[in-house]
Design a protein around this ligand. Structure first.
Ligand SMILES: *Cc1c(COP(=O)(O)O)cnc(C)c1O
Length: 399
């Protein structure tokens, strides 16, 4: 049964990546089975998060971890942990950070639409560096003195957005954070695959790292991972868990050291980000499954699909280029050139037509400004490959 058709919603072909606005990933059957099995019983959510912590710690090499409701929520909770630590009064006050260190230092080229997540905890972003490499106006990246100049008694953390190139190098920023005794929070939401990034970021010196659960890990769309130092994970977890507890009977798991708390926290800033038991279990199973994937074999299969698609597209006059995983840093992509003089549409125009067609087709617009649509296999069901190609070829026919 098509549940979506039943409620009047169209299914879409997604070759744009595991985009949240298209529902994220396509969950594997074993993850769904685990979620169904988890739904029918009551558990202590803190105990469940402690079990998740053990799985995440093994996967990432971090001391501890927790399941959040997405990487963005993980960034907010990680920031809240850096701001409040185990101070119950500070937990209670967030996002009001009056009178406490609240500045999070971030390089200008690491600002993204997701950095609202840091600010949501009550932090104030302090931007450093110029953007010479991006604008082509110069050759220099951010230098250590630029961090040193703004770090002071009001600094609570350094934020870092991981990319394929990691500029400035993560190891260097980690050393600098350590020198200043500051936590380093890394947004690595979409830096999987390669699976090696699960461990690499902590190994490079990140204090906390956020990954999406609903992208390549193929867990529930509304999950994420926060991994890192045990004390910060415990603080973050306390600020998310339901805290309607009687102090007389509250029995938190070992992950939460009650003796380090000067009281029992009320509901924290993350109370609205609650991860459900089904989602936590789903993420655990998906994470273990993800670690078992043979990416060479996976990428070879994708390349085979792309070669077949490229052949048909080429026959219809579309120039394509298969970009290997070594170049994308993730999975292989198939770039399709949109020739405006032939189609009468530029890449955004072609994308809009595809999205509004039947069935609606989404191809990544990440390079549309340069005249290309990019087929991303992450959330593309192989059964839809042929229809996707039909729809692109139909664009040329109607031109
Ligand atoms: C996707 C993404 C996020 C948000 O992840 P969610 O799991 O959807 O909350 C944050 N940062 C970056 C760089 C991302 O790509």
């Amino acid at each position: 049964m098509d549940i979506y058709a039943k409620i009047g919603v169209r299914q879409r072909i997604n070759a744009a990546g595991s985009l949240t606005r298209l529902g994220g990933t396509l969950m594997p059957e074993d993850v769904l089975d685990a979620m169904r099995a988890a739904a029918g019983a009551s558990v202590d959510m803190a105990e469940l998060q402690e079990a998740a912590s053990n799985v995440i710690a093994r996967a990432t090499g971090a001391e501890a971890g927790m399941v959040s409701t997405g990487a963005a929520a993980a960034l907010t909770l990680g920031t809240a942990a850096c701001l409040a630590g185990y101070n119950v009064h500070r937990m209670e006050r967030l996002p009001d950070t009056t009178g406490m260190p609240n500045e999070v230092v971030i390089c200008r080229q690491h600002r993204t639409g997701y950095d609202h997540a840091f600010r949501a905890a009550g932090a104030k972003l302090v931007e450093i560096g110029l953007n010479d490499r991006w604008t082509g106006s110069g050759v220099r990246g951010v230098e250590d003195w630029e961090f040193d100049a703004v770090i002071g008694p009001n600094t609570a953390a350094i934020a870092y957005t991981a990319t394929k190139h990691d500029e400035p190098p993560l190891e260097r920023v980690a050393r600098l954070a350590e020198r200043h005794k500051l936590p380093l929070i890394v947004d690595a939401a979409a830096q999987l695959p390669p699976a090696a990034n699960l461990k690499r970021i902590i190994a490079a010196g990140a204090t906390l790292v956020a990954f999406s659960g609903g992208k390549a890990i193929r867990g529930p769309q509304s999950t994420g991972i926060l991994a890192g130092k045990r004390d910060l994970i415990a603080s973050a977890l306390l600020q998310m868990l339901d805290m309607d507890v009687a102090p007389e009977t509250w029995a938190p798991p070992k992950l939460i050291p009650r003796d380090k708390l000067n009281g029992v926290p009320h509901h924290g800033i993350g109370r609205g980000f609650k991860a459900g038991k089904e989602e936590i279990v789903g993420l655990i199973v998906a994470l273990e499954r993800f670690q078992g994937i043979d990416w060479d074999a996976e990428n070879k299969a994708v390349e085979g699909r792309f070669q077949r698609m490229a052949q048909r597209l080429g026959g219809a006059g579309f120039a394509t280029r298969l970009i290997p995983a070594t170049e994308t840093g993730r999975q292989p992509w198939l770039e399709v050139a949109i020739d405006k003089t032939k189609l009468g549409l530029d890449a955004h125009g072609a994308s809009k037509a595809l999205q509004q067609g039947n069935p609606p087709v989404h191809i990544s617009e990440r390079r549309a400004a340069e005249g290309y649509l990019v087929i991303d296999p992450m959330s593309l069901n192989p059964a839809d490959d042929a229809t996707l190609v039909d729809r692109v070829i139909a664009l040329a026919r109607s031109a």
